[in-house]
Design a protein. Sequence first.
Length: 536
Amino acid sequence: MSRQEQRGDQPSGGISACVPESRSRDELRGLAEQYLAQGKVISVLETLNAIIGLGAATVDDWLMAGNTLLLVKEFAQAAGAFEKGLQLDACHVECRYNLATAQFQLGDVSSAAANFLIVAERTNNLNAWTSLATIIPGLPGACHRRVLEIRRICAALWAPSGNEDPPRIPPRSRHPRVRVGYVSAFFHRSNYMKPVWALLNGHDRQRFEIVLFADNTDGTDLNWFQPGPHDHVHLTGALDNAQMIQLIREQSLDILVDLNGYSVPARLPVLAARLAPVGVAWFNMYATSGLPGMDWIVGDEFVIRPEEEPYYSERVKRLPQSYLSFAVGHEAPAVAPQPCLNGHVFTFGSLVSQYKITPAVLDAWSEILQLAPEAGLLLANRTLASPSNREYLLGQFERRGARSNQIELLKPAEHFAFLKYYDRIDVALDAFPYNGGTTTTEAIWQGVPVLTFEGDRWASRTSTSLLRNCHLGEFVASGVDAYVAAAIRWATDSGSHQRLAELRRAMRPCLLDSAVCRTSSMVQAMEDWYWEVCER
């Protein structure tokens, strides 16, 4: 295997033809399957290209090409392959489902949802329903009622067979401490778990016992965790769902707190089961779960409005500060000087995942670049590691009238180096309707305010929750038009540049003095509430 194949690289220009075309279509197809079994991605694609050159490609050939491109995260090319396949057979279920997967990764969320729904309704395919339920909070135009409807459909499909009585809460005389379990596949990602650290380490071990279910499969580094004498850690990544359900029930928990949400779809059947007397969704849900095993969902006054509660399957607990109040314990670069005052053009930036950069976001960002023609835009995420994906994104901007020379697309990097990208950004632009969460906390910690607006759902108010709980409320606009106008003002008003520099210099002390980093009060609020729900 070549070094290029080991890396999973894919030529940026598409599938290149290096296979003699004298072979028959069936011979080439068999050869492609052999290469695929050997993990030789480039050879698979070259062989399939030879089939295409013969004019003999079937829908299954285009499907194999698309699936192979998905393996190496070449989403733009994969989408093109699946579309070719569907031109041959519009009813091909796998081709349509995988097209939706590629579209979602590119940010074309509405098209992805439409294709997932077609597959789900035609076949009642569980994976299609699950994919739709996973992405629907970030789907433009999706209302609260529709989110609840789709997630309840999935919950019914995931629910274990049989009706089991809920576990009983142990009498306090026999169990003096509240026993709380936390499930996450991300305990090893220290930057991502910033809002979780303070609670887990801050728990009063005289009153609480903590049980962690570390559910990732690629090694677990829990060096940051400060366990108490009665705490336990279970590594569950190798367990199947039935084994995990059994393990959790054996722990005799009072409260089970899910920290995964829909980020780990394979574990959703676990959360559909009744595993503890009280089930709580916190940190990673940003919409109703629809799951019968979740009794409560934790948010705050900004992300869940009272009139929206009928569309939650859970009871709502609002914390007195941001539900994402965070503590930074990982290594991070020092805050850099304001770029626009140090010889650089004014630069907007966003390091959100590509699937959050929807067509509506592209419309707004393109308008900003047109009305602030001297400004630039810096984007970086994992999807942009691919030249073809970068070409796709630049094409989206150019079709909207933005000039490509205003836009810089960077590849992903190791986390510390990734955070250094903020040294080059003056103001971060939030995505919508699916805001940044981790991205917002990292931007402001690096001294870069995040421009956002209050949207029509929790996923569109996550950044509002963070910014309103510190000194950055002025960066929360009233709507998308005000968001665009504010961006233009920050870019073109030299007085605004000085204001940004002042904010940047004082950013970390101001954050540490604000509610968004006052994690001791968050711990107290959660603990008091845990006792309250157990006493009920």
